[in-house]
Design a binder for this molecule. Structure first.
Ligand SMILES: Nc1ncnc2c1ncn2[C@@H]1O[C@H](COP(=O)(O)OP(=O)(O)OP(=O)(O)O)[C@@H](O)[C@H]1O
Length: 468
């Protein structure tokens, strides 16, 4: 089973170039999340920060009670065992055939014998549909096959968190559709926590449980797919519809006058698009366990969503799911005006839906709310409370890269001992060098104003997950 990744107030700059500030979100256990954003907004930098390959100046990334940004080398090494990373080009060794490429992390970081290696590599190659291509060299295969080989290699150490950096880049729409199905099926089979960086709108609309968007050096929004897919925030709406009209320009943000004129031109009927149903699993693949966990979580906090998102969540429920959440059987499937005033939270034990909404019912929390931090699974959140002194101490060892770490036992990590935050110059040379290179691409010089208050409200909603 995957683990939760709690990001709190994360900020990253390269020299005077701020990439993003105050990013707060929680990747829920076993769910698929997508991170969107215009080019250069720091999506890849965010992935690297999660794995501890880059060191943010402020904030925390808490995994199994350990703050990746502020822990000892041995703790970081242990946390990295939880990750598998699919790089954009698959990052295969050109001189090795696919079998050896996929076997590489097992041979490098475990003591498994060749028989066991063969069994695991065969299993992962079958999972990604590469059986029969063992002897091929990376130079002899298509881009889609390279991605699948990279994915098989990321899977061999049974990671609990899988990061995908633009898995669909360079693929045609049909190959992208196959890869998306593979991702959903793999999530069902592994129950690992997935984060996908993508520019592909169709992927963003159909694959994830949650969507986030980086914009103007902040996290503009993060939440259930229904929240972003029904959002009327101009930048989110523009991005998810791939439109020119809106605040996002070619190389920098447009001014507000131009944006307003363009949006007015679109007319009123260009509003919130219909939500495409989420991609399901292939026949024969086990159900995604995360679907039920997510449903419980989202239903427990339904009243904090915008009305359009709320309606979309309810519309996505089947009859039996509506019954499970105590909603009357004849819940509407078409558009319904669900004003915030129609919902009221009871004393905390139930959430009541008033008659006025047309399908009165109660949501008993003992049936719907099993939140990540409740009960015996509660990870240590002391790290959120304590601000360890940020002195600098030299690193003693060189942890492996994210995809080349040994497999994890899956057991919760011990409570962390506060450790001084690592300074960039204390990293191993291969990790340190990129940060000291000049930026490949200048950050837009547009307004650095923070996300709108609606965005803040939503971030608070998701931050709540980490406080319980
Ligand atoms: N190691 C580094 N040192 C200095 N600047 C960097 C480094 N890595 C990234 N940057 C800069 O950070 C900014 C964000 O880069 P990043 O690759 O994360 O963007 P992105 O959102 O993933 O872009 P794209 O969608 O085009 O892939 C860019 O301006 C880039 O030049």
């Amino acid at each position: 089973m995957g683990v939760e990744v709690a990001v709190e107030g994360l900020s990253k700059s390269f020299g005077s170039q701020n990439i993003w500030s105050d990013v707060t979100l929680t990747l829920p256990t076993g769910e698929i999340s997508v991170l969107l954003g215009p080019s250069g907004t720091g999506k890849s930098v965010f992935l690297k920060a999660l794995v501890g390959l880059l060191n943010p100046e402020h904030g925390k990334v808490v995994i199994n009670g350990v703050d990746v940004c502020d822990c000892s080398e041995s703790q970081l090494y242990e946390v990295r065992k939880l990750f598998g990373v699919l790089f954009q080009d698959g990052a295969l060794f050109g001189s090795m055939n696919l079998y050896d490429n996929i076997a590489f992390p097992l041979r490098e970081h475990t003591k498994k014998g060749e028989t066991e290696v063969r069994r695991i590599v065969g299993e992962k190659m079958e999972m990604v549909g590469l059986v029969g291509s063992e002897e091929k060299l990376p130079g002899e295969i298509s881009g889609g096959m390279k991605k699948r080989a990279g994915l098989a290699r990321a899977l061999v150490l049974e990671p609990e968190i899988i990061l995908f950096d633009e898995p669909d880049s360079g693929l045609d729409p049909v190959r992208t559709a196959y890869l998306n199905q593979l991702i959903v099926d793999l999530n069902a089979q592994t129950d690992a926590t997935f984060l996908i960086v993508t520019h592909d709108i169709n992927t963003a609309r159909t694959v994830p449980d949650n969507i986030g968007m980086l914009y103007r050096r902040h996290l503009a929004m993060f939440g259930p797919r229904e929240l972003l897919l029904t959002s009327t925030e101009p930048a989110v709406e523009q991005f998810l519809n791939g439109r020119r009209a809106g605040p996002i320009g070619m190389s920098e943000e447009k001014d507000s006058g131009q944006t307003a004129a363009e949006l007015a031109e679109l007319g009123e009927d260009q509003g919130v698009p219909e939500i495409i149903p989420q991609l399901g699993i292939s026949p024969g693949v086990p159900e995604r366990v995360a679907v039920r966990r997510r449903q419980d979580r989202v239903m427990a906090d339904l009243d904090s969503l915008e009305p359009g998102a709320r309606q979309a969540v309810i519309n996505s429920l089947s009859e039996s799911e509506r019954a499970r959440y105590g909603l009357a059987g004849d819940a509407p499937t078409g558009p319904v005006d669900l004003g915030a005033e129609r919902w009221s939270a009871d004393s905390g034990d139930t959430v009541r839906l008033s008659d006025e909404a047309g399908f009165a019912g109660e949501l008993p929390t003992e049936r719907v709310a099993r939140l990540p931090h409740e009960g015996t699974d509660t990870p240590n959140t002391d790290a959120f409370q304590q601000e360890a002194p940020r002195q600098e101490t030299p690193r003693q060892d060189v942890p492996p890269s994210a995809e080349q770490v040994p497999s994890s036992s899956g057991s919760p990590q011990p409570r962390p001992t506060p450790h001084p935050r690592r300074a960039p110059e204390q990293r191993a040379p291969e990790q340190r060098a990129p940060e000291q290179q000049p930026p490949e691409q200048p950050q837009p010089v547009g307004s650095a104003e923070p996300a709108a208050s609606g965005g803040r409200k939503r971030r608070r909603f998701w931050r709540k997950r980490g406080e319980r």
